[in-house]
Design a protein around this ligand. Structure first.
Ligand code: FAD
Ligand code: DLZ
Ligand code: SF4
Length: 511
């Protein structure tokens, strides 16, 4: 008898564990379900990207002769939930067993655990070995550490995978070349033009469906040109490795107005949904280094993001869930202002990032971390609202990767589980790494008074406000020593102006 193999929308890989021993007569179930589109109100582009990728994946399987049972969102009989669609599929196919790969999110794992009982069919849940580090291996590593530090995890991953290793030693003699990766973009350096992928008939149908059903969700569908098939994703990856990777490292932290992608790979959504395997991305990057086509600082930086940060973040999520989502070590409770959704703010750095994410469902890492994230930290926005925003707006966002980045990396809401100190910064950092300040109504140099950049006011207000909790952190010693040396009247002025700014933020909760 046949197996029913259920593939989720972020498991679109022919090599996914649930399809590995696909037999003749087996049926692959893929379904677009309303529940997944509305547990948060995702960016229109994220829904369109995923549905288009799911439909192309189904076509690729069919071309291989596989039987695919595809339930589209607008199928009249669709129930709108994973569990009920699976129940209907069991009635249609009477399978011997259901085979699935474990999901990326805790809430879906809870559903899966109930399926055995609810559906009265054996359910086999297989590990997701697209990740290079299993849950068990991460836990074993983490349990042996005094503090969780990505850098040490990363070195273990380098040794385990052999990426950029020469025997027992890291290529070039150092594990990490980040010190070469902090250059602002010099005038005259132009990021490369990207290949575009015009929507075919399948994608056009999805775009119409999403425009009709999700017209009131955040974001735009205009000029959709992202890869949605395996073939286009691989073509795009090859383009990145040849044309952008060589400068990826040097300008990794840079920001430029009107240039949202710079030298970034823009592959996170493709990797997270399964169209590109993380090993494929690392293999190609390493080959570029070995062939002398990309420098070590770029390739090491890129591979570190994938086998280091990406795996580490996933390990933290599964180790800390459930409960991690409620972390709020700094007792932050301010509501998220409406301009996160409308983009209408006179802080130019934020306005540029919000415009870009509205148009493309993408910001690069430093925009997410040091502009938007830094602002959320300094203002003390409610971590649950910040998590929801990050999960909604990015096309690569799934809870396993969004949550530790928000809770741990930007908000320090987990009390420094893996960050040595909060990533708080004044306008100086943004001014150094971008050209945003040049056309802003505020001055990054002005510390108080008319035209003072709100980041400057908010920075010292944050430091003063959280002194009880942060002062004992040795990495904050110099900051608190500076605060103590500051003139008391000046501190009072800064805090009064910060309060006036915070009080002016409007939040109606509408989006
Ligand atoms: P590149 O800069 O080219 O980096 C290469 C790859 O490394 C990425 O594609 C990604 O797969 C991986 N990577 C890099 N940094 C991280 C990281 N911190 N965590 C996990 N993977 C990483 N990434 C997501 O995939 N989904 C998210 O929902 C997400 N939310 C984030 C929220 C915040 C607050 C922050 C600070 C970061 C978040 N990131 C998230 C990580 C990172 O910003 C994005 O992966 C990256 O910007 C995607 O663009 P890219 O593909 O051009 O990445
Ligand atoms: C994000 C998403 C959306 C919007 N829609 C679907 C869907 O209709 N069908 C599906 O299988 N998956 C979808 N996804 C991805 C799931 O939310 C994701 O698989 C789970 O969150 C587990 O990571
Ligand atoms: Fe942002 Fe301040 Fe620079 Fe304006 S001056 S762009 S608000 S950092």
């Amino acid at each position: 008898m046949a197996m029913l193999r259920f593939v989720l929308g972020d498991q679109l890989s022919r090599a996914i564990s649930s399809l590995r021993d696909l037999g003749k007569g087996d049926v692959v179930l893929v379904c677009e379900v309303a529940d997944e589109t509305r547990y948060v109100r995702h960016h229109k582009r994220k829904i369109a990207f995923l549905f288009a990728a799911m439909r192309h994946f189904a076509e690729d399987l069919r071309a291989e002769g596989v039987t695919v049972d595809y339930v589209a969102l607008d199928d009249a009989a669709s129930t709108g939930s994973f569990t009920e669609e699976l129940r209907r599929a069991v009635q249609r196919h009477a399978p011997e067993a259901i085979v699935v790969t474990e999901p990326g999110e805790w809430r879906v794992r809870q559903m899966m655990e109930d399926w055995r009982e609810e559906l009265d069919v054996p359910v086999e849940i297989r590990p997701d070995d697209r990740f290079l580090c299993s849950h068990e291996r991460f836990r074993n590593w983490a349990d042996g550490q005094k503090q969780l530090r990505m850098e040490y995890f990363y070195r273990e991953m380098r040794k385990a995978t052999g990426y950029l290793m020469e025997g027992d030693h890291p290529a070039g003699g150092k594990w990490n070349y980040d010190h070469s990766n902090r250059e602002p973009l010099k005038r005259g350096i132009a990021p490369p033009d990207r290949p575009t992928y015009a929507p075919d008939a399948i994608t056009r149908q999805v775009l119409d469906l999403v425009a009709g059903r999700f017209g009131n969700h955040f974001g735009s569908l205009d000029d959709f040109d992202y890869p949605v098939s395996r073939a286009d994703a691989l073509h795009y990856l090859d383009w990145f490795v040849a044309e952008a990777l060589p400068e990826f490292g040097t300008y990794q932290d840079a920001m430029r107005q009107g240039a949202p992608l710079l030298f970034h790979s823009h592959v996170s959504a493709l990797i997270n949904c399964g169209l590109i395997d993380p090993r494929e991305a690392c293999d190609r990057a390493e080959a570029a280094f070995r062939d002398g086509k990309a420098p070590l600082n770029a390739v090491e930086g890129f591979i570190r993001q994938i086998i280091g940060w990406r795996e580490f973040i996933r390990g933290v999520y599964w180790r800390e869930m459930p409960g991690y989502e409620s972390s709020n070590a700094l007792s932050a409770d301010r509501p998220l202002p409406d301009f996160f959704w409308t983009g209408e703010t006179d802080l130019n750095c934020l306005r540029q990032c919000f415009r870009e994410v509205q148009a493309s469902a993408y910001n690069h890492h430093i925009q997410r971390l040091m502009v938007i994230g830094n602002f959320c930290l300094l203002c003390g926005f409610d971590p649950r609202q910040v998590q929801e925003w990050y999960l909604v707006v990015y096309h690569d966002a799934y809870e396993w990767v969004e949550m530790p980045n928000v809770v741990g990396m930007i908000l320090y809401a987990d009390d420094g589980l893996f960050a040595t100190k909060p990533y708080a910064a004044s306008a100086n950092y943004i001014d150094k790494m971008s050209d945003y300040c040049g056309t802003c109504r505020y001055s990054p140099k002005a510390k108080t008074g008319e035209g003072a950049c709100p980041f400057n006011l908010l920075y010292w207000d944050f430091i003063a406000r959280n002194a009880r909790r942060l002062k004992t952190n040795p990495r904050m010693n110099r900051t608190y020593a500076t605060l103590e040396r500051m003139d008391e009247a000046k501190v009072r002025t800064i805090r009064a102006e910060a309060k006036a700014f915070l009080d002016s933020l409007q939040a109606t909760g509408n989006y």
